[in-house]
Design a protein around this ligand. Sequence first.
Ligand code: BGC
Length: 742
Amino acid sequence: MLRKKLFLFLFTAVFFSCAQSKDPVEKKIDELLSRMTLQEKIGQMNQLTGTGLSGDMISQIKSGKVGSILNELDIKTTNELQRVAVKESRLGIPVVFARDVIHGFKTIFPIPLGQAATWNPQLVESGARVAALEATAAGIRWTFAPMIDIARDPRWGRIAESCGEDPYLTSQMGVAMIKGFQGEKLSDPTSMAACAKHFAGYGATESGKDYNTTWIPEVQLRDVYLPPFKAAVDAGVSSFMCSFNDINGVPSSGNEFLNRQVLRKEWNYSGLLVSDWASIEQMIKHGVCTDLSAATQKAIKAGVDMDMMSYAYINHAEALVKSGSLAEKQIDEAVRNILRMKFRLGLFENPYIEEPTEMPYYSVDALLKAKQTAIESTILLKNENNLLPLTDAVKSVAVLGPLSDAPADQLGTWCFDAESSHSVTPLAAIKTMLGSSAQVIAEKGLTYSRDMNAEGIARAVDAAKKAEVILLFVGEEAVLSGEAHCRADICLPGAQPELITALKKTGKPIVMVVMAGRPLTIGKQLEEANAVLYAFHGGTMAGPALADLIFGKAVPSGKLPVTLPRMAGQIPIYYSHKMTGRPAENIVTINNIPVGAGQTSLGNTSYHLDAGDSPLFPFGFGLSYTTFKYSDVKVSKNILSLGQTINVSCTITNTGKYDGAEVAQLYTRDVVGSLARPVRELKGFQKINLKAGEAATVNFTLTPDQLSFWNADMVKLTEPGDFQVWISADSQCGKPGTFKFI
Ligand code: BGC
């Protein structure tokens, strides 16, 4: 009897303490879930694209068959659909409205690859905040961004949407975007749930062709592709999206290892996981499921909570549960994750959008931030005889090239809500800036980037002859990058190379600005031009940003977030490669091979006969109008052990004539590992402003954990041994300091 009472007492105590400690949101979910029918639960797992106020959509919402709608933009429609959900469906669960807001909603910021080139997370965060302010005013509370796929293949069109090749830089940028989108509190009406996508390995797509298969060893997956996603979880990202690709034969929408083992078990993620567009259905085309029912079963078993546009769950999940092929527990888990996001967004309290009297688009603040981001995203690659910045002494410029006045193309890919009428092009900005102080002679030469019609080239040459300096805007149209827009050859398209060669013959100095969605192979043009700015697609304010840079109102500070190859055949090319057993030395290029040379006479080391072993420009590279000197690199101790930290510092002096900003980059190398280790890995960076002549010390702290990697037994550890450490201006320069980890 006493034992029984004791048990009852303990049971009651444990029960009440659990109930009390339970998060209020979890309690609300429990309560709601207990009232939901199986059909209503499955309805929450269904995401459909907007069809306005169609009868079909309204009746589906009424019967609780829609959890989320994407791409619905009309506020009145959105509010009416929400009213139906809240007032006319049995349980009144609100719908969450979603949209791809990737690098701005109305005010367009540089493409994410350009944003990464700023190496300025605060600025990137402020851009995402602007995007959230604008998009939430139109009723969007969930964006499918940031895309944090590691991209080491510029043929892949989606490299434009990525933050480039490096896990650390991508993590920093991804976290900044998440913070900006989600704001201080997710329930604030100006906050949007962010989405870490595409989980995972999408950037490893074979041959840079979109949706292609990937082969990624687990060590590489964990060391390279997963860290930005882990950082997103740690930053409190609300949702994840599966990628389209298969990894080692397993499509992500059916990948239990990724979605359950890694994401839920190892990382303890409690947010929502949505499929990509029809990616559940596509498991049939992948050849891993016979039909949509099998695909439904696979995706739910793999932990995919919401089905975007496969109509799989809504049509097959109920039967699968009823036949015992799926446990209702798995459905409950998915619905919990979905409801959790809706509660956190405050949708139950505030389901409707307040229609603003004036839409908060293109505010002065937004445009200034977009301009500053475009300035900082531009990389100075070459500046022969300090041609840039141009001075007041220049009294005439020829503004040429297909991107000089291309308002839609400068916005870049993935900005469906952008209005090119708001774009300020380089031509417009240069005219405004120069006013009557200098003559602007405009002539595109080619009407668009792929234009093969060389007729206009003669006109461009004539224009150039009349001016003192040529300002040439080349690159790619927006449509040449982005989803499914991949290229096998990543040269300047159309007759642009001919245009530059013809202009070179005029003998006039050429400032070439490249506006593109990816790294392009511009080796020949780099030689022909006297100064080169790599600007990516800079968004609404690309023109004013470039005008400021060209005329010295701003000083370039962008650094490459991705390696620029010399030739497409070097791809994949990235700075953190392995040393190999025969690192390149004594390179003999194809034109220097003596006729009749023997097989072994060329050194037998790792390089291409035609491209050598170096990129055109390495990751992290970027010049300024001023110069920076790195000195006094100090490592605080020789020996680092567990539980300790080590400080690495150096002095950076602005040795030039301009005030400027420099990105100091911290790299390490694990000299001997149980597995071959990369030649360098980025571990930190700081962007510092220095006035001409000013010096500052930058300090970095390294922990043993930052030196860890996944070994062949899939254990993450820091191995004892020698390490090298650099603070340098890019991923190739500088002298290393050393220390030992014991
Ligand atoms: C893309 C996603 C995007 C989704 C919704 C898909 O084609 O891969 O990145 O979020 O469409 O528009």
